[in-house]
Design a binder for this molecule. Sequence first.
Ligand code: PLP
Length: 359
Amino acid sequence: MRVYNFSAGPATMPLEVLERAQSELTDWRGSGMSVMEMSHRSKEFVSIAAQAEARMRSLLAVPEEYAVLFLQGGATGQFAGVPLNLAAPGAPAAYVNTGSWSAKAIDEASKYVDVRVIADEKESNYATVPAEDSLEVPGDTAYLHLTLNETIGGVEFPYIPDTGAVPLVTDASSTILSRPLDVSKFGVIYAGAQKNLGPSGLVVVIVRRDLLGRARPEVPAALDWTAMAKADSMLNTPPTLAWYLVGLVLEWVEEHGGLSAMAERNRAKSELLYGAIDASDFYSNPVQPAARSWMNVPFLVPDPALEKPFVAAAQEAGLSGLAGHRSVGGMRASIYNAMPIEGVQALVDFMTDFEQENG
Ligand SMILES: *Cc1c(COP(=O)(O)O)cnc(C)c1O
């Protein structure tokens, strides 16, 4: 029996996608072989790759002047890829710190550029994002980096800042495709696949083409956006199976009404869960309402000693992956596109019962 999987990543996938992959596993559409056995240069795989890119472009309405790359090394690889592709050694680069993933991006970038943290939400204990009118982007920085959705803290930007001539770069790993996004406001968007796009092993990089050609000579080939764009992301062997599965997920999103329909579903799911938390004196969520994530919902019980019993009883009830990140504890429900509202309702019902027994 399948459980409702609230894991932050790798995360739940649409059942229809898994079943489709299963039906095609040993013989992909009459080719006589599995996708994982195909040459990445074969016309079959080249068409799988091109269709996935076309679907990503159409779903996100990616303008023509952007390249869409399918790379390896995860979002973590791009923490280095961003400075190596966009800035000279030691050049200034602006960062916003809204929590754990911003902090990791900052640490990694500090090896390559002069990081200027222009806003840090430490004072709020990372419970919000900076006010839109408070962001001042120095004109001499190579780019401004921010994390659209903090997967651990459950904090999401409700606005996209205007950075003028300075390219805006974002880690969208845990929010991409959860709602429409105006790609034209960004220089670069990158997202690891294992949250909302498919299985792990792939990172999507959407980069405005005028930003290509700025990489420093020592950039590793696997992180070189310019070389990868020229080679259709096949400078070396790509993770072919992951790429194919992401393509199936994109098709599923399309069949379910695209990003406006995803946004409606996700808004309803998050309102149901935050509503239940706010209505109870037992559960709490520390994030300021305007900056609450639609995708990752951390919550606490009044006594930390109840956390382990909560997670264990939830698991028994078919609700998996609810332990908070090991760095912060508590609980966290990740409710990505593939989580149906029935799963969120089952969680809310379980939370009500648990509160009655332990409150
Ligand atoms: C999961 C995640 C990462 C790390 O992704 P990897 O693919 O493991 O490198 C980075 N940033 C955010 C926002 C994430 O959610």
